[in-house]
Design a protein around this ligand. Structure first.
Ligand code: ZN
Length: 483
């Protein structure tokens, strides 16, 4: 399988060749832990997980490093505003450390619910201040910095390649086209490597440094930690597309000015999830969290399936109709797996003939810059092909699921059904009906309907049906709902 990836650096599709045979070093920018991740953020992590699992499918051993930003990320990415975590700590009445711990846990809970594989290394910014200071010293020793107003800045005029990732216009850069917010900067595109307390009086996290007691700029952590865990030249750096013009541009400037050579070979960026016309953003207030979807009765993997339905480099519009369609398809898929198991009690059978052709198509599409919509289509075409024996279908689909990772190998009847809260409501309704309390039973029916779940009473018990948007409906009967 020859893997082709779209490299943001140079804007072209190119064949992936790792630095060390059989091994891939991959760095992904992690969360800033001042609030819950929204599903737009989570789309990026799902894309990175699909990428990692595609690399593993191709036989690479992947060292995946992710940072957790718990200091230094200001409300604006370009050094304006105040530290996001300090702001949350004031609003929540908790210490910055408590805020960071709380939201780090919340993030990895969502991460796990989406079946994203834990990175090989998760590194916190506040645990790597000495590494950041060392790197800043190297940048300083090479003459790329200046200090002003108590802060140490990176001087972009000393780094001729500045902006090559984002294709920033050199003339704009020289003219300093961005709005000036920091009087100390010589050029608005210059950025802070180290802030001293002169910037904010109420900064709670402070460290001693050669430039005074203070804290690091946001970008330096990714340069310092990626080099620590992956070396000074590694294969892939991923993140959301919004990181291209500032964060990743500045990471490259820092890293390559310190080492004097190329830092990263491939840059992959995931596109936005849109809410209406706008990108989902906490600052715009138009965001949804994974738990808010779960509260509405969706399974976290409905969202994963929803993400698979669009290529990672296309913008994806979030709608509940779209999520309903993803849920219907996912439940239908799980149902098919259970059926295939019943039809092929001997289990998966080695694929041959047509089944193998479907698998090859799938691999071609996965290797074509992770074309998951085509891969899903390949899987459904296989499932609909009456000529392929069930055992072979099962083996091919489970193999495909090494990349999709929808948990198909553990598909059971129960998992086709409901979240715990809906299950509890269903059980309460069963008992209410048994006790002749039809008023309560009707109330619960209405409550479940509001969650997109319809109930039909049948001689076998309560039948549950998911309202499923425009693409039809799926009927599921759970084992434990018989009267
Ligand atoms: Zn980063």
């Amino acid at each position: 399988m020859e893997l082709k990836l779209f490299n943001t650096m140079g804007r072209q599709l190119s064949t992936f060749n790792p630095i060390h045979e059989g091994k891939v070093g991959m760095y992904a920018c992690g969360p800033t832990v001042y609030n819950f991740a929204h599903i737009g953020n989570l789309r990026t992590y799902v894309f990175e997980d699909i990428f990692r699992k595609t690399l593993e499918y191709c036989g690479y051993s992947v060292r995946h490093v992710m940072n957790v930003t718990d200091v230094g990320h200001l409300t604006g990415d370009t050094d304006e505003g105040e530290d996001k975590i300090v702001k949350s700590s004031r609003e929540m009445g908790k210490t910055v450390w408590e805020v960071a711990e709380f939201y780090t846990k919340a993030f990895f809970r969502d991460f796990g619910l989406l079946r994203c594989a834990m990175p090989s290394v998760v590194c916190k910014a506040t645990d790597h201040i000495p590494e950041m200071i060392d790197l800043i010293r190297r940048i300083e020793a090479k003459g790329f910095t200046y200090s002003a107003g108590g802060n140490l800045y990176f001087d972009i005029s000393r780094f001729p390649d500045y902006g090559k990732l984002a294709l920033l216009d050199q003339q704009d850069l020289r003219a300093g086209a961005r709005v000036e917010v920091d009087q100390g900067k010589r050029n608005p595109f210059d950025f802070a490597l180290w802030f001293t307390k002169s910037k904010f009086e109420h900064q709670a996290m402070l460290w001693d440094s050669p430039w005074g007691r203070g804290y690091p700029g946001w970008h330096i952590e990714c340069s310092a930690m990626s080099m620590k865990y992956l070396g000074e030249h590694f294969d892939v750096h991923c993140g959301g597309i919004d990181h291209v013009p500032v964060h990743h541009t500045n990471e490259i400037a820092q890293s390559e000015s310190a080492t004097g050579h190329t830092w990263v070979n491939y840059w992959l960026h995931g596109e936005f999830l849109l809410m209406g016309r706008d990108k989902m953003a906490k600052s715009a207030g138009n965001f949804l969290t994974l738990s808010s979807l779960v509260e509405k009765g969706y399974h976290p993997l409905d969202f994963r399936y929803f993400c698979l339905g669009a290529h990672y480099r296309t913008q994806l519009m979030f709608t509940f109709e779209g999520l309903d369609a993803a849920r219907t398809s996912r439940l239908g898929l799980m149902e098919r797996i259970v059926q295939l198991r019943a039809e092929a009690p001997q289990g998966p059978v080695q694929a041959a003939g047509k089944a193998l052709e479907y698998l090859r198509d799938f691999e071609t599409h996965a290797a074509d810059d992770l074309n998951m919509p085509r891969c899903l289509a390949d899987m459904w075409t296989l499932l609909r092909d009456a000529e392929v024996p069930s055992g072979m279908k099962l083996s091919v689909v489970l193999r495909m699921d090494r990349i999709f990772d929808l948990g198909l190998d553990s598909a059971k009847e129960e998992s086709l059904t409901l979240d715990d809260e809906s299950k509890a409501l269903l059980e309460e309704r069963r008992q209410a009906r048994r006790a002749g309390n039809y008023k309560r039973a009707d109330e619960i029916r209405a409550a479940l309907k509001a969650r997109g779940i319809e109930i039909q009473d049948s001689p076998q018990g309560q039948k549950v049906r998911f309202a499923a948007g425009q693409r039809g409906e799926k009927t599921v009967t759970s084992e434990d709902d018989r009267c």
